[in-house]
Design a protein around this ligand. Structure first.
Ligand code: MN
Length: 263
């Protein structure tokens, strides 16, 4: 039976900095880039805010805002109900994610060099196996985070939209099938979607959304600072807002990592 001493030591390590907290979250603002779908599909809302008062006649001593935002805007969590393949699963909405699943280990797959060379880079099952040959098997219940360094790009290069749509990296079906076979918790990316920009051309179309959510797995998008994480050993806290029946939600995502010591 775990001792409360584990938590005492954990809290002490966070306070002292021997466990470092890395913020994986983009700033959410009116400038946050959006996924844009082709006509005639509906579009997600940008973040916007409306001032209620700012130490003025509307509220002499207080400042506050209302805000509007899409469920899938900025750094956010995808629940299985987001995709038609997950629509009939149990506990498939953000409010019904078991809280224990909001804290999980992470495997960080660094393919940033490949993504720099090819914006349409596709992660495959063979890439997953090659990563495991170097770093060990991906444990069940883990987040798999795909490091592309996309979050370091300027806004134009981040969305990388051309006449034929967005050109951003992502997984193919074989990569997602490999992750499902390992019973991962979900798949997280730095780009706007868990799927590649040209994933409508893949078989099946949008393999990450189609296969992950059909298997009850989750997605994380618009992450940053993945370059600060080790390949294994980080613990991720990714907690969406508890929106009733929500398909997704902006969130604050954090990673805990053990700082290297000299001994
Ligand atoms: Mn989403």
């Amino acid at each position: 039976m775990p001792s409360t001493q584990i938590l005492v030591e954990f809290a002490s390590a966070v306070t002292s900095g021997s466990i470092k907290v890395v913020d994986l979250t983009q700033v959410l603002s009116e400038d946050t880039p959006l996924l844009v779908l082709p006509d005639p599909f509906g579009q997600t809302a940008a973040f916007s805010r409306q001032e209620i008062s700012r130490y003025d006649e509307r509220g002499v001593a207080w400042h506050w805002n209302n805000f509007t935002v899409g469920e899938h805007t900025g750094t956010h969590f995808d629940a299985p109900v987001h995709w038609v393949t997950g629509k009939d699963l149990d506990d498939n909405t953000v409010d019904r994610v078991p809280p224990q699943r909001l804290v999980a280990p992470a495997a960080v797959l660094d393919f940033s060099a490949e993504c720099a060379a090819d914006p349409d880079f596709l992660l495959t099952g063979a890439h997953v196996e090659a990563w495991e040959a170097e770093h060990g098997a991906i444990a069940a219940g883990s987040w798999v985070l795909f490091r592309s360094d996309w979050s370091k790009r300027d806004p134009h290069a981040y969305t990388n939209r051309r006449a034929d749509g967005a050109h951003t990296p992502g997984p193919d079906a074989s990569a997602i099938e490999a992750l499902i076979a390992r019973d991962v918790l979900g798949f997280g990316v730095e780009t706007i979607g868990t799927d590649a920009g040209q994933a409508h051309l893949l078989d099946p179309a949008y393999p990450a959304h189609t296969l992950l959510h059909g298997a009850g797995k989750y997605g994380l998008q618009c992450l940053e600072n993945l370059d600060q994480l080790p390949a294994t050993g980080a613990v991720v806290i990714a907690a969406p807002l508890k929106i009733r029946d929500g398909s997704g939600s902006p969130m604050r995502a954090l990673a805990l990592i053990a700082e290297a010591t000299d001994d």
